[in-house]
Ligand binder design. Sequence first.
Ligand SMILES: C[S@@+](CC[C@H](N)C(=O)[O-])C[C@H]1O[C@@H](n2cnc3c(N)ncnc32)[C@H](O)[C@@H]1O
Length: 276
Amino acid sequence: MPADPDILPGQSPELLKELHILTRDGRLNQDSRRKLKQVYHLYRFIEPLLQEVLQQHPGIALVDHGAGKSYLGFILYDLFFKGLADGSHIYGIETRDELVTKSRELAARLGFPAMSFLRLSVAESIVSDQLPATVDVVTALHACNTATDDAIRFALAKGAKFVVLVPCCQAEVAAALRKTKGRALANPLAELWRHPIHTREFGSHVTNVLRCLQLQAHGYQVSVTELVGWEHSMKNELIVATYKDLPRRAPAERLRELLGTLGLEEELGGRFLAAP
Ligand SMILES: C[S@@+](CC[C@H](N)C(=O)[O-])C[C@H]1O[C@@H](n2cnc3c(N)ncnc32)[C@H](O)[C@@H]1O
């Protein structure tokens, strides 16, 4: 059977079958075609970053937080890492034991030795000796709630060159806005989050704005786009941060001012202003 034009060259049909993207007889149905297109869409953002790391040194260390079934890690490995014999490695961080076990078994079956799956929370992974002291690329795709924030802390602590985030919902900022609403209403800006549905939506928006400023305040250049084609999820904001050692003072001041204006410095200063 000729190769399906929607499957990238070099992609192993065995992996796609294991991930239930290809049927056992090697076909793509409508649903899996869409899923594959979405993962490839993200791959197209990440592949140039991997190339850039390789131009600097051999041996990429990539850590994927909140890995789930590790679709992203497996596709990245199959398309890019499989052909490298330079110590490059993908680490998947996941709290759910059964998902970690399944991913380990799948990597063993496929013969993907440079993949490790660790049953750790993102916060635990920052201090775990099972991970290298420095990493090149950090990804977190729909890592729940504050796991994305912990992934940022991880990236800062490990000196990551690239951070690729597609945040999930985060409830912490909305909760802080709710808590301080009474005091904040003296400020007409607080109308932006007076009503409960606005508190949630505005909280979610502010969360990602704070995350971007936090990364900028540590010398990163940040781009925010939409992960188009990710139709199955409402959460499709893609944040890509590249460490460029940019001036930190202005974004750090902006971050502090914004927290102050929103009345959140006391509640959230620890998360967004602290050194990693
Ligand atoms: C919505 S799923 C996304 C899975 C995968 N990244 C994807 O996009 O297909 C989020 C995953 O993050 C894991 N998770 C949630 N909080 C975590 C934490 N603090 N540390 C590590 N994993 C976490 C969950 O168990 C779940 O598997």
